[in-house]
Design a protein around this ligand. Structure first.
Ligand code: ZN
Length: 189
């Protein structure tokens, strides 16, 4: 991303919303905003497959591996406003397991782009399924969307839940139920 160019655009945006970009409090704002966007969209510069490939190791375990409450911060592609919440990931490995920290890293790489929650959820699940060759994967995500809370319908307390189940999580009801039972909890954040 060309940070200088984006800073110029933000300066123009400030003028258009009726602000004075030359007043003291706003002098450094365009550059700050540009740097923030550079970070918040840094997922475009990272290949999620590389994140996974660096962290795969051989294992003979075939039980369910679950990472719960992974923090999610993303931007909705409709309004470029934040949505945030938690992701819960479960998978059953075949021969390779993923380092635990890499699941969180994978969520970050997919989140730091313009997203819709459904695609974010599915993208993470498919990545784990394909790259790790898992038997099955389940991803459940619960997020609050600023575009709903601050504008539009102003539903401050609504949480959107999305899920993707692949492989044995899709085909085998017992597996799916085990996953959902383990991650089940009320939203308390
Ligand atoms: Zn939105």
């Amino acid at each position: 991303m060309n940070v200088e160019r984006v800073a110029e655009l933000i300066r123009e945006l400030l003028v258009e919303i009726g602000e004075d970009p030359d007043r003291e409090g706003l002098l450094k704002t365009p550059l700050r905003v540009a740097r923030a966007y550079d970070y918040l969209t840094s997922g475009y510069k990272t290949d999620p497959r590389e994140v996974i490939n660096q962290a795969l190791f051989e294992s003979s375990v075939n039980n369910m591996i679950i990472a719960r409450d992974i923090e999610v911060y993303s931007l909705c592609e409709h309004h470029m406003l934040p949505f945030y919440g938690r992701a819960h990931i479960g998978y059953i490995a075949r021969e390779k397991v993923l380092g635990v920290s890499k699941l969180a890293r994978l969520v970050d790489v997919h989140s730091r782009r313009l997203q819709i929650q459904e695609r974010l959820t599915a993208g993470i699940a498919e990545e784990i399924m394909d790259a790790a060759g898992a038997r099955g994967v389940g991803v459940v995500m619960e997020c609050r969307h600023m575009c709903m809370m601050m504008r539009g319908v102003q539903k401050q307390n609504s949480v959107m839940q999305t899920s993707t189940v692949l492989g044995s999580f899709h085909d085998d009801q017992a597996t799916r139920e085990e996953f959902l039972k383990i991650i089940d909890r009320r939203v308390d954040w």
